[in-house]
Design a binder for this molecule. Structure first.
Ligand code: PGA
Length: 304
């Protein structure tokens, strides 16, 4: 056995098959054909001199040698990620790249900041993914981005988080709703109102559900809608009430298309945080963007 003949390409393919537990799914993830994957894994297993997978029925399982190799592959990938971060840092802020993952509620604020930043640093390539809390937690766990901008940082992951801005959640109604103009509405009074809720996995939904549960109120869920934009239209159309980030409804409140209800306990106070895995070496571009955000959105202090 001479492992020097193993290529990074083979190790990457093998690791993907091991992680997906399937040649077909790994092929899809890597945009390669299953026969290519089989061939590369076969060659790798010849180099190693031992079988890496065994097939029982329709399922494949790692052998003991496969497990050992998969662990080494994980180490190699972490090292390669580090290496690209270091090389990225050496390229400096003017020629780097920046990968951001932001919450659906953040997309009303951060892209504007990004516009100014890109104008000041035209050499930086930026990629930005918008997702809900659940999507972002997944991306964070997989170290897929330079910076995540999200709500409450996850306790189960070892991350660095800096509060970036306030994100109050408000309860909105159509302008002709009977509760409009009423003072200090008790949360219990809302139990009979139909609600439009965000999809499961949304931080907005999680926070409002927690609040109403703490008040022993079960909401009447009329509709579940996976977009703040669509929820606004549905509320304005009179289908129900909704809890939304105040950043998503600024224009509609100003135009009187939606009205904020005065409910005891609201607004629910939430914050956005800039989050990244602890130990990650931020690229020069990521550091510059982080500083830019805090400079241009000086809201929520900077304690850890
Ligand atoms: P989300 O974001 O509802 O789009 O998940 C809000 C939050 O987590 O604060």
């Amino acid at each position: 056995m001479n492992l020097r003949h193993a290529t990074l390409h083979q190790l990457r393919i093998f690791h993907a098959v091991a992680q997906h537990n399937s040649f077909a799914r790994a092929a899809e993830a890597l945009h390669l054909s299953p026969p290519t994957l089989s061939l590369q894994v076969k060659q790798l297993s010849e180099t190693v001199g031992q079988a890496l997978f065994e097939q029982l029925g329709k399922k494949i399982y790692l052998t003991a040698a496969g497990h050992t190799l998969a662990e080494a592959c994980a180490d190699i990938e972490t090292r390669m990620d580090r290496l690209s971060e270091d090389l990225e840092a050496l390229r400096g802020v003017e020629r780097g790249s920046l990968k951001l993952a932001i919450l659906t509620t953040v997309k009303y604020t951060v892209p504007k900041l990004l516009g100014g930043f890109c104008a000041a640093h035209p050499g930086i390539d930026v990629a930005m993914v918008v997702g809900n809390r659940e999507n972002l937690l997944q991306r964070l766990a997989n170290n897929q981005d330079d910076l995540c901008i999200m709500g409450q940082p996850p306790e189960q992951l070892d991350v660095v988080s800096e509060p970036f801005a306030d994100n109050p959640l408000v309860l909105v109604a159509p302008p002709d709703h009977p509760l409009v103009g009423k003072k200090r509405i008790a949360p219990k009074r809302l139990a009979s109102e139909p609600f439009i809720l965000r999809e499961p996995g949304s931080g907005t939904r999680l926070t409002s559900e927690k609040f109403f549960a703490s008040q022993s109120v079960t909401l009447k869920n009329r509709l579940e809608v996976g977009s703040n934009e669509a929820i606004k239209q549905t509320v304005a159309g009179g289908l129900g009430l909704a809890v939304l980030s105040t950043h998503t409804v600024t224009a509609e409140l100003a135009l009187g298309e939606l009205v904020q209800l005065d409910v005891v306990g609201f607004p629910l106070i939430r914050r956005w945080y800039v989050v990244y895995p602890r130990g990650k070496r931020l690229s020069a571009a990521a550091l510059a963007f982080k500083d830019w955000m805090f400079e241009h959105q000086p809201k929520a202090g900077r304690a850890r």
